[in-house]
Design a protein around this ligand. Structure first.
Ligand code: TZP
Length: 222
């Protein structure tokens, strides 16, 4: 599972319905373009959607993406399970520190699903029960307007320090742009997760391609 997850992390799109709508696009259209541009994973973060709306979006995105990249559902384990029950090609869930406990989430979703966890401190990384979580999302690296309750960005230096304590592969998140990718990759991150860099782009395919090319251009640390 671990190898499969590492392959999914380099350019990780987290969706935002409001930002996509502000550009006159649906989330499904944005995801389709971003996958064409080279994103390696999609997380559906439908914070303002009802369970039914998020399920509908998940089914549409999964059908549009097929098996090209993993599609994960943020927070809503119930929506993930229901989409899976409906036959959708959904790969797993991403949860936060105040969502369901990781051990129980793993038990519910099964061993083959991808499970991601948000973490912001060394203690939260140390608390991860081995064998539960496939990857962590660490941030915010930079301050971001996309998540109003996120703390102030902690900076690339902080990110380079905390990633060394991650027990599983890590993606950085928070205000990331193409110019950040070299430092993040050099620090040992397996990828960068972005919302506005793609959802707010005039051309999400081009934005995704620029990120993917920038990530690929730099060597991973030895
Ligand atoms: N978690 C920490 S920061 C963040 C999330 C979901 C939002 C990142 O959005 P953006 O637009 O890439 O700064």
């Amino acid at each position: 599972m671990r190898q499969r997850v590492v392959d999914a992390l380099p350019v990780y799109l987290v969706t935002d319905d409001g930002l996509c709508a502000a550009e006159g696009r649906t989330v499904v259209d944005t995801v389709r373009a971003a996958v064409d541009g080279g994103v390696t994973c999609v997380q559906l973060r439908g914070k303002t959607l009802s369970a039914r709306e998020l399920l509908q979006q998940t089914l549409e995105v999964a059908a549009a993406v097929g098996d090209r990249v993993p599609v994960l559902v943020n927070d809503r384990v119930d929506v993930y399970l229901t989409a899976r029950e409906a036959g959708a090609a959904v790969a797993g869930v991403h949860i936060g520190q105040s969502d369901l406990p990781v051990e129980l989430t793993r038990a519910v979703i099964g061993p083959d699903a991808i499970l991601g966890l948000s973490a912001a401190t060394p203690q939260q990384l140390a608390n991860i029960t081995p064998g539960t979580v496939d990857y962590v999302g660490i941030g915010p690296v930079h301050s971001t307007a996309t998540k109003p309750d996120a703390p102030t960005g902690r900076g690339l230096e902080w990110a380079a320090g905390i990633v060394t304590e991650a027990p599983v592969p890590a993606v950085a998140i928070g205000g990331l742009r193409a110019a950040d990718l070299e430092a993040l990759k050099a620090a040992g991150f397996a990828g960068a997760a972005v919302v506005s860099a793609i959802c707010s782009a005039t051309d999400p395919e081009a934005a995704a391609r620029a990120l993917a090319e920038r990530w690929a251009a730099h060597p991973a640390p030895a």
